[in-house]
Write a protein that binds this ligand. Structure first.
Ligand code: ADP
Ligand code: MG
Length: 291
């Protein structure tokens, strides 16, 4: 395409809230044949809320106080949900010291001489915690597309919290548009398989990579590139930045983190996945006009 037609394309995209920050991104967008979507904040709104509280000893407010005591030190969207719930229920967060975040796993800290951990099944089981008493609650939470988070005091499980995030109203339709354009769509998430499957089926995705550690997201992008795909990555989080940079075209959600926006060639100002399909259509039209 000529510089003039690219300028026209970039202007057209801007009308759709699709901000093209790197010159070659518009021309590359039309060649994409695989779109990899992050889950939280990309397919979903990114403002999760606590939906379930189940304490082994029946003390839900103590469970929430301990969980909030840990999470008030964290900036993860899951943490915000738990702190907000404690606030709404007027539950005072426990005074946790020595906070540590384990990326893609959970959070830990010290309370009354013991170690508290809040995180996913795999991580707590690695610490030797038996979660079988909560299997039923876990199933219920993940089947409803929520994320189960287990709380343990040393090796003893205290309960489980369910945190769920609403799917953006137009995600399903936008993904259908990509499929109709002949593009493969994959979802990548750090969340567990059952939760990932529940979200994916609601938006029409059958290609899912779950329990992906933050540092492995970019590896999936480069793997698919090596297999010959022209890969788009769409994400909002700090965790997504290396994958956004590794993709042929990175799309950052406009309300996402600054790191994600700086790592991506394109910013979706409206936060909608329709912007990805818009960019691809405009790119294809721009290149077609020239030849
Ligand atoms: P995503 O790909 O959904 O953004 P992350 O890689 O940030 O996921 O996290 C993956 C999983 O690690 C979460 O689903 C959760 O189980 C656990 N986790 C991460 N951060 C926290 C936290 N602050 N509190 C509890 N669990 C967490
Ligand atoms: Mg995200």
């Amino acid at each position: 395409a000529t510089p003039m037609s690219v300028m026209v394309g970039v202007g057209k995209a801007a009308e759709y809230g699709v901000l093209i920050r790197q010159g070659d991104a518009l021309q590359n967008a039309g060649k994409l044949d695989l779109v990899i979507l992050d889950k939280t904040g990309t397919i979903t709104e990114g403002h999760p809320a606590v939906t379930d509280l189940e304490a082994c000893q029946g003390d839900e407010s103590q469970l929430l106080a301990l969980a909030a005591g840990l999470e008030r030190h964290s900036e993860h969207p899951l943490a915000e949900a738990i702190v907000a719930r404690a606030d709404a229920d007027r539950v005072v967060p426990a005074n946790v010291s020595g906070f540590e975040a384990s990326s893609g796993k959970g959070v830990s800290g010290q309370f009354e001489g013991a170690t508290l951990r809040l995180g996913n099944r795999r991580w707590l089981e690695q610490q030797g915690v038996d979660l079988s008493p909560l299997a039923e609650a876990e199933r219920r939470i993940s089947a409803n597309a929520g994320t189960p988070l287990f709380l343990a005091r040393d090796q003893q499980v205290l309960g489980v919290l369910g945190v769920a995030d609403a799917i953006k109203a137009d995600s399903r339709e936008a993904i259908q548009r990509l499929h109709d354009a002949g593009i493969r769509v994959m979802m990548v998430t750090g969340d567990v398989e059952a939760t990932a499957n529940a979200i994916a089926s609601q938006v029409g995705i059958d290609d899912i990579r779950s329990e992906v550690l933050p540092e492995d997201k970019a590896g999936i992008v480069t793997d698919m590139s090596r297999q010959g795909f022209r890969v788009a990555m769409v994400g909002d989080g700090i965790n997504d930045a290396p994958a956004l940079a590794a993709a042929d075209v990175g799309f950052a959600i406009g309300t996402g983190t600054d790191v994600a926006i700086e790592s991506a060639a394109i910013t979706l100002m409206r936060g909608s996945l329709h912007g990805v399909a818009d960019a691809i259509e405009i790119s294809r039209a721009t290149v077609r006009n020239i030849h």
